[in-house]
Design a binder for this molecule. Structure first.
Ligand code: GTP
Length: 413
């Protein structure tokens, strides 16, 4: 469902620009009002289900910013547009709880509005943990985060923060004070940074005024950023949003390096780095990690008969089915129409059963809009080798045997 954005602006040109920009984003749908009275009607008509509002501060029928209260009273995130910058007014508006205050001084201002809307939409799915023993300060930070639509979790001390983070892997950011009972903020950051699991957690330390060494300590121990108390709303929002954006960019770069763009499975590079370390961990903990090499039979015929685009669609559909059939396993596209699955082995009979079921499921299915029937062949290596590469070689030799002995089968030994 699209998010409704209320746009209140008396200038037809500005309203047109805003409408155009908002409707360019697939997630948003603009609802327009030229004055306070029209905005009131819109709010009544749409029973307040607006995702956010972008409002002009001075409207012909409400010259003193009354529109801001109208929107905020309905708990709608409010972005204020204004013709001139006024420091007192800005502070008054931010204290009221507006998300941002933007001057209409250039076309970049409207891009900024879009950036804020986009951020609000993404933040709905981001959980932030606030670790702070002072309830007043915690509440203040919580309100600021909620203005930007973040989901907020709270901890009263470092120990509680650690326990929450251990339990909830969805938390992407920690904002932590220094002075806290049980575990202080600095030790909390150090503990987290020594744990591989939290390497991507964004951490912002809060340091009290006058203690300049604390911010350096936070950064040195692995925090991404710090804020000196007291801070301005905008400074807080900028640091929080910039750090989340940096984390998102890092994730995009990682995905580009590790994920096959067509099938969205891991690529060969990821298999030989992360897969190898998984394999070595299995060796050291005396667990068996089976390597399955899987290849679609006569895939060239699919391309030759239906064309490469349908061939691509088949690879995508097939990969989705692989993911469904092996949800816990690391699956990679080894190349072309060949895939590699790493499966923890509890018993040989169980793994054989799963692979045979997969083969028979594939045979019963049809793929793509052209309803193509396929089979596939596979080789399995269950005997632990010294490296993943060696295990892949063994599984690949068995796959070769499967191909040469009639296809549509697995060779296990
Ligand atoms: N559409 C599409 N085709 C691909 C892609 N990658 C590889 N191929 C094709 O996959 C085909 C693989 O053909 P072959 O290696 O001869 O294997 P096969 O036809 O599956 O025969 P067997 O493996 O022996 O059963 C080639 O035609 C490649 O062009 C891709 O990303 N998209």
């Amino acid at each position: 469902m699209k998010n409704k954005i209320l746009l209140v602006e008396d200038s037809p040109v500005v309203l047109k620009v805003l409408r155009y920009l908002v409707s360019q984003n697939d997630l948003f749908i603009p609802v327009l009002a030229k004055c306070y009275a029209e905005a009131l009607e819109c709010l009544k008509e749409h029973s307040d289900d607006f995702f956010a509002a972008v409002v002009d501060l001075n409207l012909p029928d409400a010259e003193n910013g009354e529109i801001v209260d109208l929107v905020l009273d309905r708990q709608i995130p409010c972005i204020v547009l204004t013709g001139n910058f006024d420091d007192d007014l800005r502070l008054r508006l931010l204290n009221k709880g507006v998300v941002d205050y933007i001057t209409k001084d250039s076309r970049y201002s409207f891009n900024h509005v879009m950036k804020v809307l986009d951020r609000l939409e993404k933040n709905k799915r981001i959980k932030v943990l606030v670790a702070e023993d002072s309830s007043t300060s915690r509440l203040f930070i919580k309100i600021l985060l909620q203005q930007y639509q973040f989901q907020v979790v709270e901890a009263e001390d470092g120990q509680e923060a650690l326990a929450i983070l251990e339990q909830d892997s969805a938390i992407r950011m920690l904002i932590t004070d220094y002075n806290m009972p049980l575990i202080n903020g600095y030790d909390l950051v150090r503990m987290l940074r020594h744990n591989e699991r939290f390497k991507d957690l964004v951490i912002i330390g809060l340091s009290a005024e006058g203690d300049s060494s604390l911010s350096a300590k936070f950064i040195k121990s692995g925090a991404n950023d710090f804020l000196k108390k007291p801070f301005y709303h905008e400074e807080f929002h900028c640091r929080v949003n910039h750090n989340i954006e940096a984390q998102e960019m890092l994730q995009t770069i990682r995905d580009l390096a590790n994920i096959d763009p067509l099938t969205k499975l891991y690529n060969r590079r990821f298999l030989f780095t992360e897969g190898e370390s998984l394999y070595q961990k299995s060796i050291s903990s005396d667990r068996t990690l089976a390597v399955v090499m899987l290849d679609i039979d006569f895939f060239k015929r699919v391309n030759d008969t239906h064309g490469h685009l349908i061939g691509d669609a088949l690879l995508t559909d097939f990969s989705m089915h692989l993911k469904k059939s092996f949800p816990e396993e690391m699956i990679s596209r080894f190349g072309g129409e060949e895939f590699c699955i790493l499966i923890s082995v509890e018993s040989m009979s169980l793994i054989v059963e799963r692979l045979e079921r997969f083969l028979s499921d594939i045979k019963e299915m049809t793929f793509t809009e052209s309803e193509i029937c396929i089979t596939c062949s596979g080789g399995l290596c269950c005997e632990m080798q010294s490296t993943l590469s060696q295990a892949i070689e063994v599984a690949d030799e068995r796959l070769y045997i499967a191909k040469n002995t009639g296809r549509d089968r697995f060779v296990y030994e």
